[in-house]
Design a protein around this ligand. Sequence first.
Ligand SMILES: NC(=O)c1ccc[n+]([C@@H]2O[C@H](COP(=O)([O-])OP(=O)(O)OC[C@H]3O[C@@H](n4cnc5c(N)ncnc54)[C@H](O)[C@@H]3O)[C@@H](O)[C@H]2O)c1
Length: 689
Amino acid sequence: MMELKEFQEQILNGIPKTLPAEKIYDETINHAPRRKPILSADEKKLALQNALRYFEATLHPFLAKEFLHELETYGRIYMHRFRPDYKIYARPILDYPHQSIQAAAIMHMLSNNLDYAIAQHPHELITYGGNGSVFQNWAQYLLTMQYLATMNDEQTLVLYSGHAMGLFPSHKDAPRVVITNGLMIPNYSKPDDWEKFNALGVTQYGQMTAGSFMYIGPQGIVHGTCITLMNAARKVANSVSSSSGRVGEGLLFVTCGLGGMSGAQPKAAKIAGLVSVTAEINPKAVHTRHSQGWVDEVFENLNLLIPRIKTAQENKEVVSLAYLGNVVDLWERLVFENIKVDIGSDQSSLHNPWAGGYYPVGLSLTESNQMMATDPNKFKEEVQKTLVRHINAVNKLHGKGMYFFDYGNAFLLEVGRAGGDVYATLPPVLSGHVGATFKYNSYVQDILGPICFDYGFGPFRWVCTSAKENDLRKTDEIALSVLEEMYKTAPSEIKQQLSDNIIWIRDAMKNNLVVGSQARILYADSEGRVKIAEAINKAIAAKEISAPVVLGRDHHDVSGTDSPYRETSNIYDGSKFTADMAVQNFVGDGFRGATWVSLHNGGGVGWGEVINGGFGLVLDGSIEAERKLKSMLFWDVNNGIARRSWARNKEANFAIKREMERTPNLKITLPNVVDEDLLTNLFKTKNSY
Ligand SMILES: NC(=O)c1ccc[n+]([C@@H]2O[C@H](COP(=O)([O-])OP(=O)(O)OC[C@H]3O[C@@H](n4cnc5c(N)ncnc54)[C@H](O)[C@@H]3O)[C@@H](O)[C@H]2O)c1
């Protein structure tokens, strides 16, 4: 009881006026790598001026020295001393001091992003992806919590890359928080610009669900990865055993990465019935996934791993193996041993290749971490040499029948930039983005785009702010009955998607997926999202669910993200290099009732490579919540379907026409598709002039 009171007092106090005790650098915690030094002496001074703005002048002489030390040691000023002593996690909503229940829900969500069980580098306020930040420093966290705890429903909190600009008068239907992360003038949005402006303390890489307070732990990605691997296996195996959902028995899947997102691969591969081998160079990451039970067996020695793979293939085992080492050593050995790999991919963090996202072969983890800070040019050279070897091995196995796909981590992009043999045609203008044609497709081009996004299916999610498992169970039951009802009358084009989701939600509790907040993810289309949300809202009103439920989604969705090498890689009309959809989505969600909205530069494939946005919507059982959810969720999905349809994607064209039939106020401009022969002939004639 006392502990809760102290916690509440500390939240209300915001940034302390006196110095808290120094924090010991805890080696047992997974820390962000030291960032490369990038600031000149004058710029360091500016970084200190910026950081000290949060504190009273009396503290400046002391803190200036300490922050300079942090800047020089870690490459960033995290303000470690101000990290609170209380445990940060998604507490029951009423534990947060508040004037607005919506703001309390937001505190619940952002606390989850910083929970030690969830966050990749909790002391550096990084949730996932190596640099996906919730805030840039602890002062920003403290200030934001204080504003959230004291704001009312006629105010909006404005967050610029983690910095709380303040509370502005607004109105009940306005978002309580508007978030922007990493938004740069386009000409200043290259990777080194990020390093510099982040070190100055004026911008941050919010990734997708990190800086937007919508991360729900590894479950979020397990579902998407399951859908991807099940459909990849269907492509390869042409055999479906829909009763178990296990489609790929005996097929071998090889990949890289057991980190924040990538760690879902072995778990999903098991659900899809595959033999999987995942290489991971970081022993901490291997240990986490092994101790969680997501990886069955760990091998440090390829001489032992190879015979184990052969036995697993022969016996059609459903088993997940990990190789603690560099993925390129694994690929080259698989080539040498002539092992038949059926499906291949990679989820190292190549959106962040020069700062710990991808480790060069021949160097230990420690050697690499040292080199990237002390000799960044040499490190870049080593990464690029490794990428060339990496793709050469992949190409050889592809030549023997392996299906390989890019897993949304900028793998093909960076291999291409490194000079690797990855283009299907002549290399495009590398920096000019004329649209590279790679030998391999991305998982969005082959799988998620045509099967999910174009029909409106995407990673819808909800979080029970009571923090009670029983509430989550109730929401699962609601979602299952909605999907079963929809399945009865669904057109054949989306029956498979619905039945995969029915299996997922039916088994969700059994699969024990919750880490952190009581959250559930479910790929649903517009109709499913609205119906599930409506039913949950009614259950809250009827007190069958004990506290508000937050709705949201990953940014990796139908409409929220413009990303030419990932979410919009299956857009072929040239518009994949524009960001209108994501920006329109953010604005449209904002005025249709979202409780908070966010817009980010960077996320997934890297800084400058993507614009993405998200939302949170609090259901409290009220009529207003019902009005908002109907309007906002409808727009949040159909905006993207309309755009995908205009890009001539036939699945989206089907989906938007179906939606117009049942929604009289929806009027979408449809494309007229030109006969290819007409153009071919036209150009033949033209060339003969
Ligand atoms: N497809 C999707 O839906 C999707 C979703 C989220 C993230 N991603 C992308 O996937 C990537 C991985 O995300 P994450 O959150 O897991 O990042 P992460 O940094 O937590 O994990 C990547 C892991 O790869 C390991 N690694 C790097 N180079 C290696 C090498 N050469 N050999 C062996 N291991 C190596 C790292 O040690 C790290 O643990 C990111 O680029 C992310 O943007 C894709």
